[in-house]
Ligand binder design. Structure first.
Ligand code: GLU
Length: 584
């Protein structure tokens, strides 16, 4: 039996540019995101040796058993992800992509692995434009084969297992295989996600047959769902390895499916699978207070944008101000707006577009912080002029990201740590299924427009390129040792959720669970989003008085985090979703 100590939960509240800034980001706010299904109170979980925190108890249990029986974090990851792909198919799975930050205990270093989907080699910058060159409507682009990028998750699992695994690869799929064969009970969140997406999810026959009853009703919470094709896929993957996914039958099936969709075919080809690579990249880190916050660099905007927010905010005494001072939120909100202005202009897949090297430069961030006046919201924000190695004129991004996705934290008893955000992009991705799993719509994370005012947009579609992400899997070090691992889903609001959690813990002394519970206040493009139904709404009047436009809305994070003290692991899971932390 695992040992967990339950702590008492307390909901804590105790430069100018020559190019116009984009207003297109606001369009994202007009399309309904995935909503909170049910808020459940959660308590910190404390363990001595290992821990797993993820979005569904069945997946956590699978990972826990692997760790308990001597498996490594990488081993547990295979079990957790393969179960999540079954029981939380709206968020992540074998047909998606992921970014992973890894602490390698043996070599005492943080590194990152990029398992992001790629655009097909046959994709053109006009992929998401109509015949007149106008951007497609978001969901017309999403639903079908067009939005499907080459999936990276399976190769990422295989790479991690090859490098850091101990147990037999095939054994790690057993929990998911059993659940797929014998059936699992549809969770409240899955049931409500199906019901909310009824029209799109029933558009294609096999997706409809899987998620709906024979008379077309969305599956209800508690229904037993069996997925034999998924069990077969896992069996084949276990026996033949990831090559069956990238150069064998599964690749062939996906290509056939995606290109054969008559109302919205895609461009994936066998060559895209055969040439797909996991890229190990140096972690992107910034010092904040006495911590080093490390995460995923491009093609994710996560670590750079979280890093800019922290770097700008570090010029203000948030600690003394405390979380009850509206001015603290004005500073965080303006720091975030400045960071998002740079993100929209500069950040994309750096293997394809030149990017400024100085987005986290200390002097640069100091100059950005100097734009902020305490007590008065910035009247406008524009991208700055960070140091470049080679300069290029770019226009602001026009991509729309909507939240689904999942975050996993795993720590094994040797001290290896995985912080991975995994996604199929929109809830249920492209709504196309193959071999028992959902295929992503990650390509809609590219900008639909390729140029603006004669300047190219950094995050435009290009063959083989990876769309810019907001996923922010994070590992924090203190005196060179791991201190925290954290991350969240939530579209581009991920960045705000992660930054707020770090500030709440580091500046305001909240426990990891308190920091996760804390009502959200997020500002990306000017409008301050306050979390509906929480204490955060009391900041509406003071923030408006300082000049912000305020919007009260659902803010559906799915934060999971673990703090590492000298001899304990303390885990937290987001009350807004179904996840738990479990350790021993
Ligand atoms: N596709 C988004 C990204 O890569 C994630 C979507 C979400 O969090 O729901 O940033």
């Amino acid at each position: 039996m695992f040992k967990k100590t339950l702590l008492t939960l307390s909901i804590a509240f105790a430069s100018s540019s020559v190019y116009a800034t984009s207003t297109v980001a606001d369009v994202a706010d007009t399309v309904a995101p995935e909503l909170t299904s049910k808020v459940t109170s959660k308590q910190s979980v404390v363990a001595d040796n290992f821990m797993v925190a993820a979005a569904n108890p069945l997946a956590v249990e699978a990972g826990y058993q692997v760790l308990k029986s001597g498996g490594s974090a990488a081993d547990a990851l295979v079990a957790v992800q393969s179960v999540l792909g079954l029981v939380e198919p709206q968020s992540s799975g074998l047909g998606g992509g992921a970014f992973l930050v890894y602490y390698d205990a043996k070599n005492k270093r943080v590194t990152t692995f990029d398992g992001r989907e790629t655009a097909p080699l046959a994709a053109k910058p006009e992929l998401f434009q109509d015949e007149d060159g106008k951007p497609l409507k978001f969901f017309n682009a999403v639903v079908g084969g067009r939005s499907v990028g080459t999936p990276g998750t399976v190769k990422l699992l295989a790479t991690m297992h090859e490098k850091y695994g101990r147990k037999a690869w095939s054994e790690l799929f057993q929990p998911a295989k059993d659940l797929a064969t014998n059936g699992f009970a549809v969770s409240e969140r899955l049931a409500s996600s199906i019901a909310r997406d009824k029209d799109r999810l029933s558009h294609y026959p096999d997706t409809k047959a899987y998620f709906f009853t024979p008379d077309g009703e969305p599956l209800k919470e508690g229904s037993l769902l069996v997925n034999k094709p998924y069990a077969k896929t896992l069996d084949t993957l276990g026996k033949e390895g990831a090559s069956v996914f990238y150069s064998g039958q599964i690749a062939k099936d996906i290509v056939k499916k995606v290109t054969g969709i008559s109302d919205n075919p895609g461009f994936l080809a066998l060559e895209d699978f055969a040439t797909y690579k996991i890229i190990e990249r140096a972690a992107t880190c910034i010092d904040y207070r006495q911590y080093e916050v490390c995460g995923m660099g491009p093609p994710s905007s996560g670590a750079l944008t979280v890093g800019q927010i922290l770097g700008i905010a570090s010029h203000f005494d948030l600690k003394t101000m405390g979380p009850n001072d509206p001015q603290a939120w004005q500073i965080i909100g303006d720091a975030s707006r400045l960071a998002f202005a740079d993100r929209g202009r500069y950040i994309a897949d750096s293997d394809f577009v030149p990017m400024p090297e100085g987005l986290l430069d200390k002097e640069y961030l100091k100059s950005r912080a100097a734009l902020i006046t305490k007590g008065k919201a910035l009247s406008e924000t524009a991208p700055g002029n960070p140091p470049w190695s080679s300069k290029m004129a770019l226009a602001d991004d026009q991509s729309i990201e909507l939240p689904s996705t999942t975050h996993i934290v795993i720590a094994d008893k040797e001290g290896n740590i995985i912080s991975m955000t995994s996604t199929v992009e929109n809830g249920f991705g492209s709504r196309v299924m193959s071999n028992g799993f959902i295929l992503n719509n990650e390509l809609t994370d590219f900008s639909f427009a390729a140029h603006k005012n004669g300047y190219p947009i950094a995050n435009r579609v290009e063959p083989g390129k990876r769309p810019r992400s907001s996923m922010s899997p994070t590992i924090v070090l203190k005196s060179g040792k791991p201190y925290m691992a954290v991350g969240s889903p939530g579209g581009s609001r991920i960045i705000g959720y992660v930054a707020q959690t770090l500030i709440a813990h580091f500046d305001w002394g909240m426990s990891i669970q308190e920091a996760i519970n804390m009502p959200h206040l997020v500002n990306r493009f000017g409008t301050y989003d306050l979390e509906e139904g929480t204490d955060a709404v009391r900041f509406k009047a003071p923030l408006e008085k300082m000049g912000f436009k305020v919007n009260i809305r659902d803010l559906n994070s799915g934060l999971h985090g673990v703090v590492f003290t000298d001899n304990k692991l303390i885990g937290g899971a987001d009350p807004r979703r179904e996840g738990i932390a479990m350790g021993d």
